[in-house]
Design a protein around this ligand. Structure first.
Ligand code: NDP
Length: 243
């Protein structure tokens, strides 16, 4: 990926940080967005730079209709181009439907759905042939194993439609669009030592949580030249959660 530029939304921690570092290892210059974790984001940038690549940390709230696409423009301005967009920023608000405040519903859909649409739209305006849009979905779009996931699964399932429609819209420009469905992955959002962890691990075929690096590895494959004929696809990295 030498000479390419990637933008990873929500890249200060978890799957996004692992993805940013993996893409840098593959040779890409990498911009990341964050909202709260300025220090963590700057640490990721330092690690990208230690790999010999350029890094950029951008505070950009995916829920904000100007900041989300603005991160794309700021990336192109600072790093000169955009080849790969990883739509990773996401929120998990779980709970019975009756307990959800309207503000929670609006925020989750703004970050997990509208932000992805607006960022993708801004990105394709800059992407050359060979461009890549990789969106992080969820195993909850394939199988909802219990109550409390209605809001989260609704938003993540919308990304499947977005991914496939973008693949059709962008195919003749040589740009691919794919969605990756992680299973339970050990991050701040879903700690592998949390109270729900044993039950979630038991729902996989492999019997354990996955790591952020295991998701990043699949994203890196999709971002690379070898994946040029993969588009409109849903790919699971879920330990068999949906099997
Ligand atoms: P984390 O909560 O560990 O990290 C979330 C990242 O997103 C942080 O860098 C955070 O930045 C950033 N972020 C949060 N809100 C916003 C926002 N409004 N705008 C921009 N950035 C934001 O999450 P994970 O790494 O676990 O999850 C990453 C993606 O993977 C999400 O889309 C999630 O839904 C999905 N996923 C995760 C699974 C899991 O088990 N962990 C399973 C399936 C899917 P900061 O806090 O620094 O501002």
């Amino acid at each position: 990926m030498n000479g390419t530029v990637a933008l990873v939304t929500g890249g200060s921690r978890g799957i996004g940080a692992a993805t940013a570092l993996r893409l840098a290892q593959e040779g890409a210059d990498v911009a990341i967005t964050y909202v709260q974790g300025k220090d963590a984001a700057e640490d990721v940038v330092r690690r990208v730079e230690a790999l010999g690549r350029r890094g950029l940390a951008l505070r950009a709230d995916a829920a904000d209709a100007a900041e989300a696409p603005g991160a794309v423009d700021r990336t192109v301005e600072a790093l000169g181009r955009l080849d790969v967009l990883v739509n990773n920023a996401g929120l998990g608000v779980l709970g019975p439907m009756e307990s959800l405040a309207l503000a929670d519903i609006d925020r989750v859909l703004a970050v997990n759905v509208r932000g992805v649409l607006l960022t993708s739209r801004a990105a394709v305006a800059h992407m050359p042939r060979g461009g890549r849009i990789i969106t992080i979905g969820s195993c909850m779009t394939q199988r909802v194993p219990g109550p409390g996931g209605t809001l989260y699964a609704t938003g993540k399932a919308a990304l499947i439609g977005l991914t496939k429609a973008l693949a059709r819209e962008l195919g003749d420009r040589g740009i691919t669009s794919n969605i990756v469905h992680p299973g339970p992955i050990d991050t701040d959002m879903n700690p592998g030592d949390g109270p729900q962890a044993p039950a979630q691990a038991a729902m996989t075929a492999i019997g354990r949580y996955g790591t952020a690096d295991e998701v990043a590895s699949l994203v890196a494959y999709l971002a690379g030249a070898e994946a040029g004929y993969v588009t409109g696809a849903e790919l699971a990295v879920d330990g068999g959660f949906a099997a």
